[in-house]
Each structure stands twice: as C-alpha cells, then as structure tokens.
Design a protein around this ligand. Structure first.
Ligand SMILES: C[S@@+](CC[C@H](N)C(=O)[O-])C[C@H]1O[C@@H](n2cnc3c(N)ncnc32)[C@H](O)[C@@H]1O
Length: 249
C-alpha cells in the first residue's frame, strides 16, 4: 500500500479505473448481463472505492466517479479523432512535467507574492530565482515591484514556460528559462524560492546548502525540509496551511 501511495495521483487514478474495469470483465465472463448504464455505474462505484483505498483526494475521487459517465456519453459521438489527440497533447504539455517531476501545477496567491516581496533584501541589484516558476506569477510581480533586481524563473513544462515567458515579456529584468531546476547553479542568487511538493525537498535543501552563498535566503512555499527548522514561518492566503518557510543561509 505504501508503494501505491508513493505513485503520482494520476497513475493511482488510472490504476483504479483499470482494476475496476478488470472486475467488470470478470463479471461478464462469469455470465452476468446488465444494461449498459448499470455497467457504467458499477465502473464508477468500483473506481471510487479503489480511489479512496489508494488515498486519492476528494477532487480525484469526484473525477473518478464522473469519468465512466463521460466516456459513455462521448462513446460513438461524432467527434473527430484529432480533437482527442489535440486534447491529449495539450494536457501532456501542461501537466506532463508534473507527472515526471511529481510536482503538480498550482499557483502561489497574490498575498504570497506580496509577502515574498517583503522578504527580498533592500539592496539594489539583487538576484532572485523561482525554481519551478509555473505560469510566472511570482516572477512577473516581483520584477515589476523591484525594477532594481533581476528575477529568473526556471520551468520544466514547455507550456507553462511559454505562458510565463509571454507574461514576463514586458519586464526586461525578468528571465524565464526552460529546463530543469536541478541544472541551475544557485550560487549567483541572493534569494531562491520554490513551491514544489514534499518529494524534492530533501534534495533541494542539499542543493541550496551546497551552492547558495552565506547570507542568501531560501524560501519554500508550504513544504517543509525534513529535520530543518525554518527561521521564519509566514502564513499566506491560499490553500489550507499555505505559508512561506524562510531559511537564512
Ligand atoms: C506548484 S507549481 C509553482 C509555480 C510558481 N512557482 C508559483 O508559485 O506560482 C510548481 C512548478 O514547478 C515545476 N517543476 C517541477 N519540477 C521541476 C523541475 N525539476 N525543474 C523545473 N521546473 C519544475 C512544475 O512544472 C510546476 O510548474
């Protein structure tokens, strides 16, 4: 079970649907016959049950319940195949990075941007990096608020990178790079910010300690570094428990 829980939610969701479908196939093989809608209902109930067992969140469980009905509704509908392909490609571009990195795409609130701003050193010429900048909200906001600084966003997902790049185009002091945060050299930054997930935090902490210079600052949105007490914790608006954890290195 713990192995299952370590799988990304999307894989657990697919597995739940596949297992539910396998049960349905077994029932057909032993000779059970129902109207199509009952099969769809059965698939949904089993998928929900398995999703709960696999500790998926309520949002996922809701989608798991709806999926069989959606598939049934679209079955045989005159939708050209390229629409499905385009949808798949769009989803892969937006969320594909998250599948590989186990970091989903969600955004820091405006309140978090403003509190981040108050955590920047007052000195002119500061260098800031958002490790996994998503759609570039924090970088765009800070670059506007502090024209005397340089603000870098690094993003692995091509679609998110494009959105962030376009969003930051009007800001000459903002630079959005496409690539992995693990390849970035953090030595040049005075402040590094990350809003990722619990998974990469130990490795990211090791990287900041290795590369960032004394006197610099590491800020994690919401996710702790196991065994490392932050110097400050600043609650921010957003999801339950949203906060900025600040370490002065
Ligand atoms: C939770 S979002 C945060 C977005 C933004 N920093 C914010 O606070 O609004 C995390 C982002 O990190 C990106 N990401 C995850 N792992 C990454 C990696 N290894 N290199 C670069 N980006 C990564 C994801 O694609 C996602 O867009």
């Amino acid at each position: 079970m713990s192995l299952l829980r370590r799988l990304p939610p999307v894989l657990r969701a697919l597995l739940a649907q596949a297992l539910a479908f396998a049960v349905l196939v077994a029932l057909v093989r032993v000779g059970l016959r129902f109207p199509p809608l009952i099969w769809v209902l059965l698939q949904a109930v089993l998928a929900v049950f398995l999703s709960r067992w696999m500790a998926l969140s309520s949002r996922w469980v809701f989608m798991q319940a709806a999926l069989p009905f959606l598939v049934r509704a679209l079955w045989g509908a005159p939708i050209p195949a390229w629409v499905y392909l385009a949808l798949f490609l769009a989803l892969a571009l937006i969320f594909g990075g998250g599948l590989l990195t186990r970091v989903p795409l969600y955004h820091a609130s405006r309140d978090a941007w403003e509190k981040l701003e108050s955590l920047l050193p007052a000195t002119s010429g500061l260098n800031f990096v958002d490790l996994g900048c998503g759609f570039g909200g924090p970088v765009a906001h800070l670059a506007k608020a502090r024209p005397d600084g340089v603000f870098v966003g690094i993003e692995a997902s091509p679609f998110s990178w494009l959105v962030a790049w376009l969003r930051c185009l009007p800001r000459p002091n903002a630079h959005i790079r496409l690539g992995s945060l693990w390849r970035a050299d953090l030595a040049t930054f005075d402040v590094a910010f990350a809003f990722l997930s619990p998974v990469p935090m130990p490795a990211l902490w090791a990287k900041t300690r290795r590369e960032m210079k004394p006197g610099s600052r590491f800020i994690s949105h919401s996710f702790e570094v196991p065994g490392e007490t932050p110097h400050r914790v600043i609650p921010v608006k957003g999801r339950d428990g949203a906060r900025l954890l600040v370490w002065d290195l």
